[in-house]
Design a protein around this ligand. Structure first.
Ligand code: PMP
Length: 405
């Protein structure tokens, strides 16, 4: 395995050079969103200056260039996650919209009394859409609990299935605990019971190689902005037979076969699920982000991020009153903590004053916070450009503020 040239990676991110409150910025909020490399921003600028047109409807040159960029990005996304066909790749605004699409459309095919299995560690975007769909369609929601180290209770998971279970929806990687869930094993169990599985890959794609067919995912959702790509675009992968059976999510241009007041027909996949003018500029820039990621050895990226996590964890545990939430074996590069009785918000504000950007709060995972009997945590999360020197600066800042909290 090669090692990652972190200095070379950092040179691609102009934003890492800025300061915060007069201090060098130490950006440790990568689970919320990553910084953006120059190539991705250049792609956006290049498309706005050189190829701005609406896709699909035009015969003119610019429109054809925009369409080609959009479809090349779809193919790039297909290959990135190992899908069989580009008709299984739907562009969305992000993970949240991808999950809403499935919840809103697929659940119409379920019958009152059917049930869905979620886990207690889900992000609100993998809870609330199912609650809305459950209310609308008379469905029941069951919840997999966690073990004290933050891994899923897989015995409890297996016990939740019954003849009416139609779908499991689970995070590939927890945005709070860093737990990497055994999604392939969970998919096999779901399929054994005749249920489908949706995997929320928002926290996975920037840190590990994802192969939707090896996982056995029926649906896989992720956001471009958490993997060095632009904001405002994401991907829903869905197995063709499911997408074929599902009714449209939104109506409008692009998603139709023929419109008449006597009755309208739908476009073929994936366009049936892409109503309105698509964001081809960000699709193309997303494709550049995939290039950027794939130029690296993803195993070397993960090894670097895991080494930062292990080092930070070990040093943090030497600080009096330190509590870390999520210690599952093989966890990803996320550390959630509380220091003594200090409020997470105060810790975050003081760290920010020293240039350290971390996230505080419930991280859109209130049911998980309730499980731990807390309101929130402080969370640091690493990307490929973070360094051991930055971890040292974070630790120094933490030791400095600890007596004030
Ligand atoms: N799922 C998980 C696990 C996440 O971490 C996030 C973002 N914090 C989301 C879903 C939602 O992603 P987005 O806001 O990009 O739609």
């Amino acid at each position: 395995m090669s090692t990652l040239d972190v200095a070379a990676v950092r040179a691609d991110f102009p934003s890492l050079e800025r300061t915060v409150h007069g201090k060098p910025m130490i950006y440790l909020d990568n689970a919320a969103t990553t910084q953006t490399p120059r190539a991705v921003v250049d792609s956006i600028v290049g498309h706005y200056y050189g190829h701005k047109a609406n896709v699909h409807r035009g015969v003119h040159c610019l429109s054809q260039e925009a369409t080609a960029a959009m479809e090349a990005a779809r193919e790039r996304a297909r290959a990135f996650i190992g899908a069989e066909s580009t008709s299984e790749i739907v562009f969305t605004r992000g993970t949240t919209e991808a999950i809403n699409l499935v919840a809103s459309s697929l659940c119409q095919l379920f019958r009152p009394g059917d049930n869905i299995i979620l886990t207690v560690m889900e992000h609100h975007s993998n809870i609330v859409p199912w609650q809305i769909a459950a209310r609308r369609n008379g469905l029941e929601i069951k919840v997999v609990p966690i073990l004290p180290d933050g891994s899923l209770d897989l015995d409890a998971y297996r016990a939740l299935f019954d003849a009416r279970t139609r779908l499991v929806a689970v995070a590939h990687v927890s945005n709070v605990l860093g737990t990497v869930n055994p999604v392939a094993e969970m998919a096999a169990e779901a399929h054994h019971h005749g249920a489908m599985i949706l995997v929320d890959g928002a926290q996975a794609v920037a840190h590990t190689k994802v192969d939707v067919r090896a996982i056995g995912a029926d649906f896989y959702a992720f956001s471009s902005h958490k993997m060095y790509g632009p904001n405002g675009i994401g991907i829903l992968y869905g197995r063709r037979e499911h997408l074929e059976a599902m009714p449209p999510y939104q109506g409008g241009g692009e998603m139709i076969g023929h419109v008449s007041f006597a009755g309208t027909t739908w476009a073929d996949l994936p366009y049936k699920f892409e109503a309105g003018t698509p964001d081809f500029v960000d699709a193309a820039a997303f494709s550049t982000a995939v290039d950027f990621l794939e130029e690296k050895d993803i195993a070397a990226v993960a090894a670097h991020e895991n080494a930062l996590t292990a080092y930070a964890t070990e040093e943090m545990m030497k600080i009096d009153g330190m509590r870390i939430f999520g210690t599952a074996p093989g966890k990803a590069a996320v550390i959630s903590f509380l220091l003594g009785n200090a409020h997470h918000y105060d810790t975050g504000v003081l760290l920010d004053q020293l240039g350290v950007e971390v996230r505080t709060g419930h991280h859109c995972a209130q049911p998980l916070m309730e499980t731990f009997g807390i309101e929130g945590t402080v969370r640091l999360s690493f990307a490929m450009y973070n360094t051991f020197a930055e971890v040292d600066a974070f630790l120094a800042a933490l030791r400095r503020i600890a007596p004030m909290l």
